[in-house]
Design a binder for this molecule. Structure first.
Ligand code: C2R
Length: 185
């Protein structure tokens, strides 16, 4: 079926450019109420200089737009799709059903059940249609996993990921050095 999205929405809006990474990441939200989780993913992608676009498409509320985005995503230059949704979170699975790009699902905590509903809806995919599911609210890890996928064919991005890992380890070691003194705080 032909795409129904306007051209500028097929990977354009909010896009971040980079000289270093050829492929873009798509962050798709089921609702603007998932924005706090998306912000964590966006911040990590920015830090790693990975270009991305962000959209709201819902498998429930805008099924045609969600399907068309997934079907056009590879041609639009995306390498990975991150889908963040809460409650009956079918978004990641519905996107995955319409593309063979890797789809990473972020279950978002809703008003009830602390995100367990979204976690199970996202992770329990039937065999044949995989969704790589990160922790409830795991925006940063979703972005890092996307980065690791893109880094398979991007040595400069691999280097940035390794530097970030190193910096993180050094920060923990600095905390270790000071932890005994903090017992008195
Ligand atoms: P509202 O706050 O807009 O009522 O949405 C959204 O991701 C959000 O967490 C409540 C929750 O509904 C979720 N939603 C889905 C899907 N579309 C919206 N799980 C979907 O397609 O799976």
């Amino acid at each position: 079926m032909m795409g129904t999205l306007p051209k500028e929405q097929q990977g354009g809006q909010e896009e971040r450019k980079s000289m270093n990474s050829a492929k873009k990441v798509a962050i798709i939200l089921g609702s603007d109420s998932d924005l706090p989780v998306a912000k964590k993913a966006a911040a990590t992608l920015k830090e790693l200089e990975i270009p991305f676009a962000i959209h709201i498409y819902s498998a429930h509320r805008t099924p045609d737009a969600a399907r068309d985005f997934a079907r056009n995503a590879r041609a639009a230059g995306f390498g990975v799709i991150i889908a963040a949704a809460g409650m009956a979170a079918h978004l990641a699975g519905a996107l995955a059903a319409n593309t063979t790009l890797p789809v990473i699902g972020i279950p978002c905590a809703g008003p009830l059940l602390d995100g367990l509903d979204a976690l199970l809806s996202t992770v329990q995919m039937p065999s044949g249609i995989p969704v790589a599911t990160v922790a409830v609210g795991g925006g940063a890890n979703a972005a890092l996993l996307a980065a690791e996928m893109l880094a398979l064919s991007d040595p400069a991005l691999t280097e940035r990921l390794e530097k970030r890992r190193q910096a993180e380890a050094e920060a923990v070691l600095r905390k270790d050095a000071g932890i005994a003194a903090r017992l008195e705080e």
